[in-house]
Write a protein that binds this ligand. Structure first.
Ligand code: ADP
Length: 743
């Protein structure tokens, strides 16, 4: 019996010793049950918890809990008091004990112990078992209380749902609970429970303790040193802290920075305060001849030749940072010259950028290949020796500064600069000597032999020879868009604008002038016509035949003048855009049956010409001004008759693409290619060789009017002609009116 009681005691103490927060309820229960089952003579132990889980209870278990009384039966039989006991007996058990678990006045659960031995649960063993079980209950309750502390603290409840990662952490740094937003820390919130804060953030529980009363620590993520968090802590109770974690890195910026670093020829390192490398980004293989993995964990200070100087530089990181040039000793006796920029990163860390110092060698190569670049560049490029005398320049330099090559080579560079810029370029050279390169210099140079200032944005770069000694400098400059250049451009724009306006108003004026004159001519000519008609009719006395004949000529000429004036007015109106078309649905087949066109058929036939009309069947209608179209038809047909002596005149009308095409085809004198181009201009008339200008010949306005009209309809007009063989004048009217936008 001694053996069993000792075993039970051990279980009890073991339970009490356990770190209450590092294992969960199930784990604790398992340890109790398994511990008890291992005791010699105890063949089964069943634990049921009622505080949280409310497990289903057998009648005896219920009884034990409700009565807060343990129940022992050391002689199980088919007559036992409870059905449960009878079934235990049927399963071969001889003794049983049911112990209610009660802690701090609360019913926590019940445990049933079974033995195949008779009279097993002695008074002594029962009391030990009772102690062990009650201790278990206390443990459970205690945990329960902690959980309550965690979940009930008011501020905590409200805050825990916020979209800010929050953890409940015990005093040893273990996470008891994490809110959903804790996912943002890079680990699933569920997986965070049970982890130590050290595995999540670069901070331990002691450090965390110091971050109370609103003290905020800046802490890096353990897994991604690029991520930085502001961490603060509040005590929930003596056991746990409520930790609030705010990310203060901008992830997008970090990603961009990483991508940028990878493109540049340098390396970005994060160091802890011992200069141990904890993160590597950029191009370590290129710059440090080492892979990322091989650098991690090494002390950067150990790799630097001048450790003292580097130590000083590291010191400056505390107050913001600095930079210096260092020889880095790599594996396999490789050493490289680097420039190291160092700066503070968070509370504890240092970051640095390591760049190679081989740009002198690069510029050396550049100088050798420079001719091509120099020649083609629109920037000025000037190579000077180490004493500041011009060695070589490109063409842009000569052009912009007004020198020829012999003049400029050998002159002191400062003499090319304007006033105080001469001193500035000297300073820039000595700066370039130290740092390799100076850029973004705003410098005024001057034009040869004048006071004219030519401003540049320039950079000065040091050049070295094979032996790495200073061999000179290269100055590259881009002319700035100065006031001078800008005002030159402004002048130009103003001039063009003025000219354009002048042309516009000139042609407007011309049109207006013609319009006015023509309009004024109309009245007197109408009077001439009217009075000659009165005279002719004998209203003012009888006239003889000759007189009548002349009057007829006057009347006819007046008619001609009127029609001429009408045309001029038309042109003026059309080209000023003042005319409004009277758009309607027009059936062209019907239109050509108009009397003014059929009359022309007779004129043609009267002249011995064949006149044919060929209109496509089912021709769609078009949106057009019918009177204006007739005007075009009449003009083209009239011309065809006029310039055709024998043969025929054909009118073809058909649908072509999205337009109706009209062709007026004659077998007349034709027009040369040269003349065709000028045909549609105002007042243009072809000089037909050997053709005596006919009486009543036109004005040279007809085609230009036709063109205006067709253009106003959104159509095109043109001519196909061969000298001596005939001409085809054509025009198109779009089926969908482009003028009005709808049919
Ligand atoms: P006009 O009133 O003088 O006929 P147009 O503008 O109608 O003015 O024609 C301009 C010139 O184009 C005519 O003078 C003539 O020389 C030439 N022309 C027009 N149509 C034809 C044609 N069918 N055949 C040959 N020449 C033509």
């Amino acid at each position: 019996m001694q053996e069993e009681t000792n075993a039970v005691l051990k279980i009890a103490l073991g339970l009490f010793d356990m770190d209450k927060l590092s294992i969960n309820d199930d784990e604790l229960s398992k340890r109790l049950v398994e511990g008890l089952r291992s005791v010699n003579g105890i063949d089964d132990a069943k634990l049921k918890l009622v505080l949280q889980k409310k497990e289903e209870l057998l009648p005896l278990e219920e009884y034990a809990i409700n009565m807060a009384k343990q129940y022992r039966d050391n002689r199980l039989s088919s007559y036992s008091e409870f059905g449960d006991l009878v079934s235990y007996y049927n399963q071969g058990y001889k003794s049983s004990m049911v112990i209610p678990i009660i802690a701090i006045g609360k019913r926590v659960g019940v445990i049933t112990l079974l033995s195949r031995k008779e009279e097993y649960f002695s008074d002594e063993l029962a009391s030990y078992l009772n102690i062990a079980v009650q201790l278990f209950g206390l443990q459970l309750m205690n945990r329960e209380e902690n959980a309550k502390n965690v979940s009930l603290a008011k501020y905590f409840d409200a805050a825990f749902n916020a979209a800010v990662p929050q953890l409940i952490v015990d005093r040893k740094g273990y996470v008891v609970k994490a809110n959903k937003s804790a996912n943002m820390l890079g680990i699933a919130a569920k997986a965070l429970s049970g982890m130590n804060i050290k595995e999540i953030l670069d901070i331990d529980s002691n450090m965390l303790e110091t971050l109370k009363n609103g003290v905020v620590g800046t802490v890096r993520s353990t897994n991604d040193p690029f991520r930085i968090f502001a961490v603060s802590q509040n005590s929930v109770n003596e056991n746990v802290m409520h930790v609030v974690i705010n990310e203060i890195t901008d992830k997008k910026i970090i990603e961009e920075q990483k991508a940028m670093l990878a493109r540049l020829n340098n390396v970005f390192l994060m160091l802890d305060n011992n200069t141990t490398i904890i993160a590597v980004e950029g191009n370590p293989d290129l710059v440090m001849k080492s892979g990322r993995e091989s650098l991690l964990g090494r002390k950067l200070a150990d790799m630097i030749k001048d450790k003292e100087a580097f130590g000083k530089l590291v010191e400056t990181a505390r107050s913001g940072g600095g930079s210096g040039e260092f020889t880095m000793l790599l594996d396999n006796n490789i050493s490289i010259d680097t420039k190291i920029d160092i700066f503070k990163n968070g509370v504890y860390g240092i970051s640095c950028i390591v760049s190679p110092l081989y740009y002198e060698r690069y510029t050396k190569r550049l100088e050798e290949n420079i001719d091509d670049i120099i020649k083609s560049s629109s920037d000025i490029i000037i190579i000077i020796d180490q004493f500041g005398y011009v060695k070589r320049v490109n063409k842009s330099t000569l052009d912009m500064l007004g020198y020829n090559e012999q003049e400029i080579v050998g002159t002191a560079i400062s003499s090319l600069y304007y006033a105080d810029a001469a001193q500035k370029i000297e300073n820039a050279m000595s700066m370039a000597k130290q740092n390799g390169n100076v850029s973004n210099l705003f410098m005024n140079m001057k034009r040869n032999g004048t006071d004219e200032v030519v401003p540049f944005e320039q950079s000065v770069r040091k050049l070295v020879n094979e032996g790495n000694e200073l061999s000179g400098y290269m100055i590259v400059g881009r002319e700035l868009a100065t006031k001078r250049v800008i005002s030159r451009m402004e002048d130009e724009i103003e001039r063009i604008t003025r000219d354009a306006e002048k042309f516009k108003s000139e042609s407007d004026l011309k049109t207006q002038f013609i319009y006015n004159i023509s309009h004024d001519l109309k009245t007197p000519i109408t009077n001439i016509k009217g009075f000659s008609k009165l005279l002719y009719n004998g209203d003012f006395g009888e006239l003889n035949g000759e007189q009548k004949n002349y009057l007829q000529i006057i009347a006819d000429e007046a008619d001609r003048l009127l029609s001429l004036i009408q045309q001029i007015l038309d042109v003026a109106k059309l080209s000023s855009g003042k005319i409004k078309l009277d758009m309607q649905q027009v059936d062209i087949k019907k239109l050509v049956e108009n009397p003014s066109i059929t009359a022309l058929k007779e004129v043609a036939e009267g002249k011995g010409l064949m006149f044919g009309l060929n209109v496509e069947y089912n021709l769609p209608t078009v949106t057009a001004d019918p009177n204006r179209l007739i005007q075009v038809f009449v003009n083209l047909i009239n011309n065809a008759i006029k310039f055709t002596e024998k043969g025929s005149i054909m009118l073809n009308i058909y649908k072509k693409g999205k337009s109706i095409r009209v062709e007026v085809k004659d077998t007349g004198i034709g027009i040369s290619k040269e003349e065709q181009r000028r045909l549609f201009r105002k007042f243009y008339q072809v000089q037909h060789k050997g053709l005596v200008k006919q009486e009543g010949a036109g004005t040279g306005l007809g085609l230009s009017i036709a063109k205006e009209i067709i253009n106003l309809h959104g159509g095109k007009i043109g001519i196909v002609s061969e000298l001596g063989k005939g001409s085809t004048f054509w025009f198109t009217i779009p089926l969908i009116s482009r003028k009005k936008g709808k049919q």
